[in-house]
Structure formats: structure tokens, C-alpha cells
Design a protein around this ligand. Structure first.
Ligand code: HEC
Length: 201
């Protein structure tokens, strides 16, 4: 046998051995989900997730992709949940609302919410003021839906402002409305005194 041929055969045999070794790695002993095991007192091979765990991914293919797939579903699920019910109003939520309002709404609706923002001053149709009875009495959900889907010539922000941020903006609009319509008797004493003395200077 020529040396070259002998070397080629040796290589082929080695490669086959390699493949067998790799195969053994694929088929290591392991447990499938929900398989039993004597390792733990509860007889299960997989460990129950700690209380309060939040899934990183879900859906039919999440389990076959080390959770790389299925994250979108989780995000959609979170957003749908946030869209269903408003979060509790906190100082942090109001601050977030002010921040988002300043970016997305203020250019047309103005810092005060009276519809006299810079964009409107340059020719875009004037938005209605938030300080009118119809919008003051409108439910939070109505304002949320206007942000999501738009209203008349105003386009929607559903694709840019996440549901939780939409609720934050709604809370901030409520604060703006209150700022222009709070009964003097409901002000904290220090502010009441200021109003009695002729308003803030
Ligand atoms: C490009 C300008 C513009 C921006 C930005 C804008 N709006 Fe408007 N908005 C308008 C105009 C114009 C109207 C009146 C639309 C109509 O009646 O045709 C309006 C109407 C509204 C109304 C009243 C709906 C009703 O029932 O009359 C609300 C509430 C509102 N906008 C909230 C928001 C919020 C919150 C944001 C920020 C997320 C926002 N808008 C961003 C222009 C804008």
C-alpha cells in the first residue's frame, strides 16, 4: 500500500471515531421535563421554580430553543396585561408621565395642556384644551385609547408609547387638569395662604 493511501485510510478511521465520540456527547444521560427521579424527595427530576418566578419566554417553541424564541410572546403578554388595568398612581409614575408627555404630547398640547403648543402655533390644527368639562369628565380609559389609536387628525402613539407609559401620561394629564381646576378649599394650607395673598409670585 502506498503511504499516501495508508494515511488517507488512517484519517478516515480516525474521523469515524471522532463522530462516534461526538455522538456519545449528544446522548449523555439526562432527564426530560417532567421525568421522575429518585434524586429529590418529591420524585421529580426538574426543580419547581421559586415562588414569584416570571417566565423568560413562553409559547410552543420556547422550550425547544433555550427560550430564545417566545420572548416576543412574553412582551406581548406583559403589554396586554398593562393595557387592561391602570397601575397605581405614584410619584414615580407621575414623573414618568411628565417625561413622556413632554416628549410626545407637549409639542402640540403645550406644557399646560391648553392646546397652544409650538406645533399648533406653526399651523397644525389646534388640539382641544384638556381643561374643558368633557375631557375633565372623560374616563382614564378614554384618554388611554386616544393615545393608543389617535383621534381625528391626531395620529396614534400605540406603536411608540408602551401601555405602562400611556397610563403614566394619563395620570400626568389628570395632574395637569387638577392644576387648573382644584378648589381652593382642597389645597394644602400653605398653598391656600399663597392664593389668599394673591397667588404665587
Ligand atoms: C402633532 C400634534 C399632536 C400631538 C403630538 C399629540 N396630539 Fe393629541 N391632539 C392633537 C389634535 C390636533 C387633536 C384634535 C383632533 C381632532 O379632533 O381632530 C388632539 C386631540 C387629543 C385629545 C382629545 C380627544 C377628544 O376627545 O377631543 C386628547 C386626550 C389628546 N389629544 C391627547 C394626546 C396625548 C396624551 C398626546 C401624547 C401622547 C398627544 N395627544 C399628542 C394633536 C396632537
Amino acid at each position: 500500500m502506498k503511504p499516501v493511501l495508508a494515511a488517507a485510510i488512517a484519517c478516515a478511521l480516525l474521523a469515524a471515531g471522532c463522530e462516534r465520540e461526538m455522538h456519545n456527547m449528544y446522548e449523555q444521560p439526562r432527564f426530560d421535563p417532567d421525568e421522575g427521579s429518585t434524586l429529590w424527595p418529591d420524585g421529580r427530576a426538574d426543580r419547581p421554580p421559586p415562588a414569584g418566578s416570571v417566565p423568560a419566554a413562553t409559547g410552543d417553541i420556547a422550550g425547544t430553543s433555550s427560550a430564545r424564541q417566545g420572548r416576543q410572546e412574553i412582551q406581548e403578554w406583559r403589554e396586554a396585561k398593562a393595557a387592561q388595568s391602570p397601575p397605581p398612581v405614584t410619584q414615580a409614575l407621575l414623573q414618568r408621565g411628565q417625561d413622556r408627555y413632554s416628549i410626545y404630547c407637549l409639542p402640540c398640547h403645550s406644557p399646560l395642556g391648553d392646546g397652544e403648543g409650538p406645533v399648533a402655533r406653526h399651523g397644525f390644527p389646534n388640539p382641544p384644551t384638556y381643561h374643558q368639562p368633557r375631557l375633565r369628565d372623560a374616563p382614564d380609559r378614554y384618554l388611554f385609547d386616544v393615545i393608543t389609536g389617535g383621534h381625528g387628525v391626531m395620529y396614534g402613539y400605540g406603536d411608540r408609547v408602551a401601555p405602562l407609559d400611556r397610563w403614566a401620561i394619563v395620570a400626568y394629564i389628570r395632574a395637569l387638569q387638577l392644576s387648573q381646576a382644584v378648589p381652593v378649599a382642597e389645597l394644602p394650607p400653605a398653598l391656600r395662604d399663597k392664593v389668599a395673598a394673591g397667588g404665587p409670585r
